[in-house]
Write a protein that binds this ligand. Structure first.
Ligand code: WQD
Length: 339
């Protein structure tokens, strides 16, 4: 059985990726310190895939504890490294916490991959590495602008660490997957976005407002130079994103990579404004959303969306769901978890 270590496996993208991995013949184990997730997510994953998935509730910044997990699983074919702090806003106010957590956890993953001979690493990177780029849609060759926040900086630095790591360690193959905006939920509504910390991402804020957990929500700025004044993002359904990870693992295991560090954009190539996203939600839910137009949010880029051609061509991957399916699945999940 092809066994994969998924760090952050109890989280939003991690849990959905484990579903796709198991549905494609892989076995998964998770390391997740539960700082922004709950182990019960893997119980719900088991309901979907019919198999238990073990989580090691240890901190990846603890090298000895991490080494013990690798020693227990000498048959790992790969690592998918999701575990990281990811709030744009929090990273501005807590830069040291972000550098310490996001960089030391990656460092320990690399040290253990080298020590225990795990040859395939997929790194959860982000479109935020591009910064406030003028060039749209972005390709993998679009140069980085200044990182808009320390979170984005840790993703830029993480990619550089991997680039340098594989130069002397030629047996190790790595991919940086640059996510655009992950959203939505598994169609069963058994798993979805359920961060332990208060949601700041647009789609859960929309569904929590619609169901009454919040009285209203704010559109952060409608005076940008975009078609309706609100920011543009490339929202990708979490199950499409999950499948991109499985395809990356197969890509590396089949030796299809040209270099030992490859980068892929994972977006759908469609830019949607905040107001258009809200309209899509109202259309699929039949609910009128209570929102107000407010000030811009620090750290936001005006517009960003992907050119996904390289991923579609080289990974044999293609996104299957658009903004309406994102909103429908997110709403179904919100309804199910609020029962
Ligand atoms: C999207 C748009 C907000 C909330 C995300 C992830 C981050 C990283 C990069 C992967 C922005 C607007 C939001 C609200 C709003 N992901 N908004 N009112 O900032 O693009 O960052 O992608 O690595 O982890 O967070 O996503 O959902 O926070 O914001 O108007 O209440 O929605 O201003 O324009 P963002 P987001």
């Amino acid at each position: 059985m092809k066994k994969v270590l998924v760090t952050g496996g109890c989280g939003f993208i991690g849990s959905h990726t484990i579903v796709d991995l198991v549905n494609n013949g892989f076995e998964a184990i998770s390391i997740d310190n539960l700082s922004n997730s709950e182990e019960s997510a893997l119980g719900r994953v088991a309901e979907i895939v019919g198999k238990k998935v073990k989580n090691y509730a240890i901190d990846l910044c603890d090298l000895e504890a991490t080494r013990k997990v690798f020693a227990e699983h000498p048959d790992l074919v790969g690592i998918i490294h999701f575990a990281a702090l990811k709030s744009v806003g929090d990273s501005v106010s807590q830069p040291l916490r972000y550098f310490d957590n996001n960089l030391n956890s990656l460092l320990n993953v690399m040290k253990c991959a080298k020590e225990f001979g795990v040859e395939n690493i997929i790194f959860s990177s982000s479109c935020s590495v591009y910064g406030n780029t003028e060039v749209l849609p972005v390709t993998e060759d679009t140069p980085f602008q200044e990182a808009e926040c320390p979170y984005a900086r840790t993703k830029q630095m993480g990619e550089q660490m991997l680039r340098d790591f594989v130069v002397p360690n030629k047996n190790i193959k790595t991919i940086a997957l640059r996510y655009f905006n992950p959203a939505g939920a598994h169609e069963s509504a058994i798993i979805g976005e359920a961060a332990s910390n208060k949601a700041t991402n647009l789609v859960p804020v929309i569904t929590e407002t619609a169901i009454g957990k919040r009285n209203s929500m704010t559109v952060f700025g409608n005076d940008y130079d975009t078609r309706d004044g609100s920011c543009v993002r490339d929202y990708i359904h979490v199950m499409d994103l999950a499948n991109a990870h499985t395809k990356c693992l197969e890509f590396l295991m089949n030796g299809k990579n040209d270099a030992n560090f490859e980068v892929f954009n994972v977006g759908i190539g469609d830019g949607v404004t905040v107001l258009e996203a809200i309209n899509a939600f109202e259309k699929v839910s039949g609910k009128k959303l209570n929102y107000e137009l407010g000030d811009r949010r620090a750290g936001d880029v005006v517009a960003i969306y992907a050119n996904p051609e390289k991923s579609m061509k080289m990974l044999n991957w293609s996104p299957k769901r658009g903004i309406e399916e994102i909103m429908k699945s997110a709403w179904d999940w919100e309804l199910a978890r609020t029962k």
